[in-house]
Design a protein around this ligand. Structure first.
Ligand SMILES: *[C@@H]1O[C@H](CO)[C@@H](O)[C@H](O)[C@H]1NC(C)=O
Ligand SMILES: *[C@@H]1O[C@H](CO)[C@@H](O)[C@H](O)[C@H]1NC(C)=O
Length: 559
């Protein structure tokens, strides 16, 4: 294709931080020091504080005293031999709601999520109310989340259907739906291995379907240029047909295995620039196979505000100041690096000098040559352009429990590092399904009910049995930076974080493990909590809930 880029030159998996951190962890292990366990000095102090608090709060009546926070429980009525159960509920929302016990589904979830055979099951409908209002981080509802006693089911029995309570009514903005996103101005370059592409644990196909199609098999105009390492001709063909089948406009190439990782990464920019469809594009985007754009309409709106006719280099830092100290001040690629076409032209023209042996050596901060650094050097050495920070993009160099991030009420423009390994595990493809029912803005938006539940829409439902008396505008520090936690690593990006509530008896959460768009346009969300989850314990270590539980929320289609 392009003059500067021999075919099959590019490659994948340059994830610099993963490499750096694996190395760091290996070094720590050799030195006999491993990452500190979850329980640290801070947690110990908190524990003391929690016990003091407990002594105080014992005086006041707690609305749901059973097992220190959840309940009271009940059992649904067992079905008669010939019982068909109740009629579906027709609410004033005009949609049919059914509150039966579909034992086949319940048993599937029980097996899939490793629950005990007897568990709590609560189903609640939510009707979004689209209004001309700004997006709020937390919206207060005057309804209770729990309409009835919590029901306990045994997967080996059958139960009569019940009448559904009126839906929760959630005011949301009139934000666009994912299916209407127009990504025509963008071309994305991603490199990975064929193995990662097809492995069910790492395959990005579902995620790409969310932000590169209308969800009905049609491209949204966004172009994907995929480079696969270690792929045979058949495998390239297979990757192409899998993506084309779901409607993604993609070109698939084989990477050049002879180049070092950092150079393969830098070469993505000229690869995109030399693509024949570049003439119709404004933004050429280099990202990872685990970069996710949850709100493409909002992303496109944001980029419409930048001048694509100027050379521009747009991205974000790692949120861990250690990583900036270590690697320098540049866009960290997993969050997405956005280059205007004139910017990519400069990189394409200077590619040979930017990828010289000297530059490779210069980009080695002691952790091996870094593609992100090579890209920054190439731009800074050859132009006056400097990075434009867009901090709604997130690199997510976080370790441990990510809930404090996903429960913060923000509307991120990108997400990264959610496939586990040394990073966190999250399911953004499932989290964002609800946007099909209530619009993009309502993903991860928070709704606080009168009985002290907070729905972080798509991520979790949390119950705070001792009330919500902390600042919801601050991130809960459930996660930590690594390997060196100075206590303030993340503050420049997130602000200081409030102490975590785990193991304090003050919070128990059900976290989303799957969501489905139903035929009628409603979206079902399955939130799961385990009795033995070490986070949801009282100060004395006893579990806050004596049973596993599922909460199913069904978002009715917007009216
Ligand atoms: C149904 O009607 C009740 C009473 O008029 C009202 O409070 C509630 O908000 C309505 N629900 C919906 C989903 O419109
Ligand atoms: C999408 O955006 C492109 C470029 O900005 C524009 O030409 C096209 O008309 C848009 N498509 C739709 C369906 O709005």
């Amino acid at each position: 294709m392009g003059a500067t880029i021999p075919r099959h030159r590019l490659f994948s998996m340059r994830n610099t931080l993963v490499r750096a951190l694996i190395l760091a962890i290996a070094m720590f292990t050799i030195g006999g020091i491993f990452l500190p366990p979850d329980v640290d000095v801070r947690a110990a102090i908190l524990k003391t504080a929690a016990s003091a608090r407990e002594a105080m709060t014992l005086q006041t009546p707690i609305s749901r005293p059973e097992s220190a926070g959840w309940g009271p429980g009940g059992e649904p009525v067992e079905q008669d031999a010939d019982g068909e159960g109740a009629e579906p509920t027709i609410s004033n929302s005009s949609h049919v709601m059914t509150c039966g016990y579909d034992m086949e589904r319940l048993r599937r979830w029980q097996e899939l999520y490793g629950l005990e055979e007897t568990f709590e099951y609560t189903k609640r409908y939510v009707q979004s109310s689209r209004q001309d209002i700004p997006r709020k981080s937390v919206t207060h509802l005057d309804q209770d989340f729990l309409a009835d006693a919590v029901k306990v089911v045994d997967v080996n029995r059958q139960y009569q259907a019940e009448t559904c309570p009126e839906p929760l009514v959630a005011p949301v903005t009139m934000s666009p739906f994912p299916a209407t996103a127009n990504a025509s101005d963008f071309m994305f370059g991603v490199s990975t291995t064929y193995k990662r592409f097809v492995d069910i644990r790492t395959s990005p196909i579902n995620e790409w379907t969310y932000w590169l199609t209308d969800g009905k098999g049609n491209s949204n105009g966004g172009k994907l240029v995929l480079l696969l390492l270690d792929a045979t001709d058949d495998e390239l063909e297979d990757a192409y047909s899998k993506l084309a089948k779901v409607g993604i406009d993609v070109d698939v190439y084989r990477s050049d295995p002879n180049l070092i990782m950092a150079v393969r990464y830098l070469a993505l920019a000229p690869r995109l620039y030399n693509h024949p469809e570049r003439v119709n594009k404004k933004w050429l985007v280099v990202c990872d196979d685990d970069t996710f754009f949850p709100s493409f309409n909002a992303l496109a709106d944001r980029f419409a505000q930048y001048n694509h006719e100027m050379p521009m280099y747009i991205g974000t830092f790692s949120e861990d100041v250690n990583n900036i100290q270590r690697h320098g001040s540049q866009a960290f690629g997993g969050a997405g690096v956005f280059l205007s076409v004139p910017m990519a032209a400069i990189i394409a023209e200077r590619f040979e000098s930017c990828s010289s042996d000297n530059k490779i050596r210069e980009s080695d901060t002691g952790w091996g040559p870094q593609g992100d650094i090579m890209l920054r050097m190439c731009i800074y050495d050859n132009s006056e352009v400097r990075l434009t920070l867009l901090n709604e993009l997130w690199q997510l160099d976080l370790f441990g429990d990510p809930s404090g991030f996903y429960e913060s009420g923000i509307r991120p423009l990108s997400l990264h590092h959610y496939r586990g390994g040394i990073w966190h595990i999250a399911h953004p493809w499932h989290y964002t399904k609800v946007a099909h029912a209530c619009g993009e803005d309502c993903s991860l938006q928070r709704f606080q009910t009168a009985d002290d539940f907070i729905i972080s829409n798509g991520y979790s439902i949390a119950y705070y049995p001792r009330g919500i008396d902390f600042d919801l505008d601050q991130f809960e520090a459930t996660f930590r930076p690594a390997p060196d936690d100075k206590g303030y690593n993340l503050d420049f990006m997130m602000g200081p974080q409030r102490p975590p509530l785990r193991k304090s008896g003050r919070k128990i959460a059900w976290e989303l493990l799957e969501a489905n768009v139903n035929e009628d346009g409603s979206v079902s969300q399955v939130y799961v909590s385990k009795r033995n989850d070490g986070r949801w314990t009282n100060g004395d270590g006893s579990p806050m809930n004596n049973r596993d539980g599922i909460i199913e929320l069904v978002w009715l289609p917007a009216e």
